[in-house]
Design a protein around this ligand. Structure first.
Ligand code: XLS
Ligand code: NI
Ligand code: NI
Length: 433
């Protein structure tokens, strides 16, 4: 036990009228919606890195947080794990996620890193056994250490590719050992700053080959979870190869991996790519590669990945609407890849940030489920495309330009514009919130 969260109670559901800050108003884990409990719909996960490893720095200043586990010893890593599992239990989150670098001290060699990771994995295994908290996904941090400054798989130096491949293997082993339900690859520094020093063709081929090796290893080791890619544009490198869902799909197709890899989609990354979150989710659903979400928002003015806890229920309702239309999560879940603002120093800030995020997700999901159950949005959409469900509509797509031209002439086709009814639909959505 640590003293860090001392005095903070386990968070329980107390209903919308509760005046208690340390309570859920919307997230009742046992509430059944569309035949599933909220716990099973949302599959919440807390992220190790922002909550326990990030010191609170920004480009103008360093550490603001004062955590008793900051340091680079194994003892500090174990104290960090103690605090993390206490938080998971206070919140009642069923899952967590981690990078290797969040949980173990950096060694002076690959072998040392691996030993440190294995030791912590054993420590986690005992804590997971004792608490029932599970691993949503594991991943490798191939972007913080200076060796990765020019990329991991896409590095001009084959030694960095090798170091990265070996590190991914150890992180996949750790994920498998802990019963993780997914393995995530975020591109990190897989991109470039200037074409003047970059062989883009080579770099993309290297990234494709690395991903094929990851998929091969997954099958070799018998990992039953999903391999997920997390798209993100222009940060940290100016041109990221994994810009958005559509770009990654093209990449997967090129390397024959579209049946093997799915997407972990983050709200903030969608915004950076100039999309809405729901667009990215719908795109993944249409392409059959929807996997999981990182539910952290970006500030709309700042133009970088601010990783704030989610609090915009109307937006989240539209996001969960697409998640539900995709059939809900299977191996995926709702990961809070979110960090406190750097002035939020206290242990209770960490708890209340998650409480608010979980509550907003529950409210959003319930609104989405009501919209779907009601069916008004879907029938309005169906009505808009009804012409395509007729004999003539279907025949059109099987026709050709000559025949279509003859038909337009013969029938004097002259389309009459119809309202898209956007405001009416927006008003409809607001009724569920
Ligand atoms: C960074 C990413 C990262 C991934 C995991 O912007 O969101 O945190 O989720 O490497
Ligand atoms: Ni991010
Ligand atoms: Ni993320």
């Amino acid at each position: 036990m640590t003293d860090f969260f001392k005095g903070i109670p386990a968070i329980t559901y107390q209903g919308p009228d509760s005046d208690n800050d340390f309570a859920f108003r919307h997230y009742n884990p046992d509430e059944v919606v569309m035949g599933k409990t909220l716990k099973d719909h949302l599959r919440f996960a807390a992220a190790y890195w922002h909550s326990f490893a990030w010191p609170g720095g920004d480009p103008f200043g360093g550490q603001t947080f004062d955590r008793p586990w900051f340091g680079d010893s194994m003892d500090a890593a174990r104290m960090k794990a103690d605090a993390a599992f206490e938080m998971f239990q206070i919140l009642g989150v069923p899952y967590f996620c981690f990078h290797d670098a969040d949980v173990r001290p950096e060694g002076n060699s690959f072998a040392q890193n691996t030993r440190n990771l294995e030791e912590i994995v054993d420590y986690f295994a005992a804590k997971m056994e004792a608490t029932g908290v599970k691993l949503l996904w594991g991943t490798a941090n191939l972007f913080s250490h200076r060796r990765f400054m020019a990329g991991a798989a896409t590095n001009p130096d084959p030694d960095v590719f090798a170091f990265s491949a070996a590190t991914i293997k150890t992180c996949m082993d750790a994920t498998m050992k802990l019963g993780g339900e997914n393995y995530v690859l975020w591109g990190g520094r897989e991109g470039y700053e200037t074409l003047l020093n970059t062989d883009m063709g080579r770099e993309r081929a290297q990234a494709g080959r690395m991903l094929q090796m990851v998929v091969d290893y997954k099958h070799k080791m018998g990992f039953k979870g999903a391999i997920l890619i997390e798209p993100k544009p222009q940060e940290p490198t100016k041109h990221q190869y994994d810009y958005d869902v559509a770009t990654v799909y093209g990449f997967l197709k090129e390397f024959g991996l579209e049946g093997e890899v799915k997407m972990n989609i983050e709200q903030g990354h969608a915004i950076l790519a100039g999309h809405s979150f729901e667009h990215e989710l719908a795109m993944a659903r249409e392409l059959g590669i929807f996997g999981s979400i990182d539910m952290n928002r970006n500030d709309y003015q700042s133009g970088w990945d601010t990783d704030q806890f989610p609090n915009n229920v109307p937006e989240m309702a539209l996001a969960y609407y697409e998640v539900l239309r995709a059939g809900g999560f299977t191996t995926g879940g709702t990961n809070f890849d979110a960090k406190l603002r750097r002035q939020s120093l206290d242990a209770e800030d960490l708890i209340l940030a998650h409480v608010g995020g979980m509550d907003a997700c529950a409210a959003g999901l319930k609104a989405a489920a009501a919209m779907l159950a009601d069916g008004k949005l879907e029938s309005a959409r169906d009505a808009r495309y009804a012409g395509w469900d007729t004999e003539a509509g279907r025949a059109l797509l099987a026709s050709d330009l000559d025949a279509i031209t003859a038909k337009v002439m013969a029938q004097a086709i002259n389309p009459a514009p119809r309202s898209g009814r956007q405001e009416r639909l927006e008003n409809l959505v607001n009724r569920y919130l």
